[in-house]
Design a protein around this ligand. Structure first.
Ligand SMILES: Nc1ncnc2c1ncn2[C@@H]1O[C@H](COP(=O)(O)OP(=O)(O)OP(=O)(O)O)[C@@H](O)[C@H]1O
Length: 301
């Protein structure tokens, strides 16, 4: 086991009523990284996260967290935003954050002071003394997130933190997560939204049917799929289709296809030789969304 890893889990297994929810999954999460745990609904992500934090015990396997062989011993160094949101509706936002900090050992006065600063930084300073029941769902969610990090945890575990947030708040949350990483925290992030994972994560694990299907950097994941080309011919001449690779399909004002193994030069030379002009050409690496769909496919469950 390596303590440059914030989390090192091997062979985690969890059954619920005879059905396997997590099936021999390993995690090696380097300290200081933003690590994405991605997968379809019911893949076993939340169950895996709960085992990492010692909220539930695995049926098999071992988990070392922040240097502790029992994850529960790391409790005060962990911050957790669970998928189920919930704050006391009668508490004011500032108090709710301080209260969550106090549950992780932070003294009340420091918690209240930090809560004010965090709310200001998140653009919610005006809501500091409002009761939770008066906040919108998205605002309450941000308050809960601030409560999860007010004690400055070494490991911050966020289960679907973006759900229910408008685009402006999603951007704020991305900045906040990057800020936590800059502070030195390790962030484990569970999300269905591949765009967030692609922008934020240093490494990802893709889980489907309780099993880990991929682990690596976002760049490694994206390199699993071939480059895609989008070609726009000069004239609206459909005969150009005959010269394009077999998988070419109409896309907007041109054609989309996989860049052939021989590269684009030979294809372009043939097109020009046959008198077809090029009005546009772009080549793109497929995004994490495409990789996710390719890996998880129809058998994700
Ligand atoms: N406490 C529980 N009791 C019984 N079954 C459970 C329990 N928790 C999870 N499961 C089952 O385990 C499987 C994995 O669930 P889990 O919540 O870990 O998936 P998930 O990947 O987080 O899904 P989602 O993205 O929908 O939140 C599912 O089949 C779920 O029904």
């Amino acid at each position: 086991m390596n303590d440059a890893l914030a989390v090192c889990a091997t062979g985690l297994v969890k059954h619920f009523g005879g059905r396997v929810a997590v099936d021999h999954v390993d995690f090696a999460i380097p300290a200081g990284t933003i690590y994405g745990v991605l997968g379809p609904n019911g893949a076993g992500k939340t169950t895996a996260l709960r085992m990492l934090m010692g909220i539930i015990d695995p049926d098999e396997g071992h988990c070392r967290v922040l240097g502790h062989d029992r994850p529960r011993a790391a409790g005060d160094q962990i911050g957790y935003l669970p998928e189920e949101r919930g704050l006391y509706p009668g508490m004011k936002a500032r108090e709710a954050i301080a209260f969550m900090g106090a549950l992780r050992g932070l003294d009340w006065k420091t918690g209240r002071a930090r809560a004010g600063d965090l709310l200001d930084a998140a653009g919610l300073g005006h809501a500091a003394d409002q009761k939770i029941r008066k906040l919108s769902k998205g605002m309450a969610q941000l308050v809960q997130l601030l409560g999860a990090l007010v004690h400055r945890p070494a490991l911050l575990v966020l289960d679907e933190p973006f759900s229910g947030l408008d685009p402006v708040n999603q951007e704020r949350l991305e900045a906040l997560i990057r800020g936590e990483q800059a502070r030195g925290a390790t962030i484990v992030l569970c999300t269905h939204v591949m765009a967030h994972a692609q922008r934020l994560c240093d490494r990802i694990a893709i889980i489907a049917g309780g099993q880990r299907r991929f682990e690596g950097t976002v760049a490694e994941a994206r390199a699993l799929l071939p480059l895609r080309a989008h070609f726009v011919p000069k004239a609206g001449d459909d005969t150009v289709r005959l010269l394009l690779p077999a998988d070419a399909e109409r896309s907007g004002d041109g054609y989309a296809f996989t860049v052939p193994d021989e590269g684009m030069e030979a294809l372009l030379a043939r097109l020009i030789e046959k008198g077809h002009g090029v009005a546009g050409l772009s080549i793109e690496r497929p995004g994490l969304h495409d990789v996710f769909v390719a890996i998880v496919g129809g058998n994700g469950r």
